[in-house]
Structure formats: structure tokens, C-alpha cells
Design a binder for this molecule. Structure first.
Ligand code: URA
Length: 247
């Protein structure tokens, strides 16, 4: 990998900023001062120091975000704020992207990474990774709805969903609203909202609580994020095929 890329990915700023460090002769590779941004280095074999301090290089980053409403689960948009805009500036160099999409008005658990392979496997329709959502619904969700969910709802376009779980939490008679938890194994466009619509009711609030083994850290305020813990990452990797498990 190029030295400037490795240093940038390791938190030493943009490629431009890294160039300044190199010019100022602050970087050594195996004891020799290196000034060329394009110098090739091997993070496993070479000893790289910046200002005398060893560089700890992480190939991939994994962040858990509590996505707020009002931002897009996208990497860029000309008009609207994206989840990438919520990240600290130095993370903008890391080519992070959201693993799957939450609607603009949905909040909750969102994984951001630059590990395309892990994202690919978590999103693969073949893998049926469970996702649990909390929803507020206008109207009363019933045991009949529960049965329809478990049998595989048919959406308005004729698509038959995989069996899903509807848990009835509370019903507020005065407001005529239901609080429910919904577990799905797929990730079709607006899936939860469309499933509830197929029962003749409407989601008014939606929050993702889990994805596979990951559970939203409720300590994270809306818009905040943190790196996954080693345990969370290990649990996620359990979802990968044996042949590509890392770490
Ligand atoms: N289902 C939806 O309808 N919206 C989301 O954001 C996620 C799942």
C-alpha cells in the first residue's frame, strides 16, 4: 500500500496533510526517513514511525452509529445531509459507507465500515440476517396481523415476504396507537412500513434496534457513533463464511 494512504487511514489526516508530515521528514520506514508519498509499504512487515511514535494501522474500520432522523444513509448527496457528514473530519478519508439503508425518517442502529466483504455478506439476501425494529403504528395491531407476519405477508406489489415476527408491546386506546417490535430477515425497500401497510395500518415512527448480533448501544445519543468492540466484531464475523473470516 502507498505510504500516504496508510498514514491517512491511520488517522494522520488527509493525503495533503500527510504530505506535509513527509516533507518535514517526520516519517521513518524501517529506520530510514521517507519523504515520498507514493513509497510502497507493508503494514505487517515494515516499522513505520511518525515523530518517533509507531503507527498502529487498522485495515478496516467498523463504527456503530445511532442514526438520527433527517439524514440519508448514503455516502454523499448534493442537497441533503448524509450519515458520512456526521463523522469527524479525519474519518472522511476512510471511505466508510453504511451497511444497508435506513429511511431518512428512520433512526437507530447503523453500521458503517470500509470492509466491503463483510458488508456484502451481511447484506446478502441468502444470509437472512435478523433485524429487529421498534415501531409506533397508527391503529391497533392484532393477533391476526401477527399471524399474517409469521406466514409471510404479501406486499402491495405482490411480493411475498419471508416469515417475520410481530411482537405486540402496548396499545394506547386513547391515541389508537400500537407499539410493536418487528423482526425481519430481509431488507427490501421500506419493508417494515410496507408490511404494516399490508395490514391496513401505518408506521409513524421506526427505529432499528439490532442487526444480526449487533444491538444498538443506547448510550449513543442520536447522531453519535463509536467503534465496535472486539466482542461485537467477533460476533459479526461469525456471520462470514469460514473461508474469509479474519481477525
Ligand atoms: N423498513 C422500513 O420501512 N424502513 C427502514 O428504514 C428500515 C426498514
Amino acid at each position: 500500500m502507498r505510504l500516504d494512504k496508510l498514514l491517512s487511514n491511520s488517522g494522520f489526516g488527509s493525503r495533503k496533510e500527510v504530505k506535509v508530515l513527509l516533507k518535514r521528514k517526520l516519517v521513518t520506514v524501517n529506520g530510514k526517513t521517507e519523504t515520498k508519498a507514493e513509497a510502497k509499504v507493508d503494514s505487517e512487515k515494515d516499522t513505520i514511525l511518525v515523530g518517533g511514535e509507531p503507527v498502529s494501522y487498522q485495515e478496516y474500520l467498523y463504527l456503530m452509529m445511532n442514526k438520527p432522523q433527517g439524514v440519508l444513509s448514503a455516502t454523499e448527496d448534493n442537497h441533503q445531509k448524509t450519515v458520512i457528514d456526521l463523522l469527524a473530519f479525519e474519518l472522511h478519508q476512510q471511505e466508510l459507507f453504511p451497511v444497508g439503508r435506513l429511511d431518512k425518517d428512520t433512526e437507530g442502529l447503523l453500521l458503517l465500515t470500509n470492509d466491503g466483504q463483510l458488508a456484502h455478506f451481511l447484506l446478502s439476501p441468502k444470509r437472512h440476517v435478523d433485524k429487529v425494529y421498534f415501531a409506533k403504528v397508527a391503529g391497533r395491531m392484532t393477533e391476526d396481523d401477527q399471524k399474517a407476519f409469521s406466514e409471510g405477508l404479501i406486499l402491495e406489489d405482490g411480493y411475498r415476504c419471508l416469515p417475520a415476527k410481530l411482537e405486540l408491546l402496548t396499545y394506547d386506546e386513547e391515541q389508537d396507537t400500537s407499539d410493536v417490535e418487528i423482526t425481519i430477515k430481509e431488507g427490501k425497500f421500506h419493508q417494515v412500513k410496507r408490511m404494516v401497510l399490508a395490514c391496513g395500518k401505518e408506521v409513524t415512527f421506526l427505529k432499528r434496534l439490532t442487526m444480526g448480533p449487533l444491538r444498538l448501544d443506547e448510550q449513543l445519543a442520536k447522531g453519535e457513533y463509536r467503534p465496535l468492540t472486539d466482542e461485537e466484531l467477533a460476533a459479526l464475523r461469525e456471520h462470514l463464511p469460514e473461508s474469509i473470516k479474519k481477525g
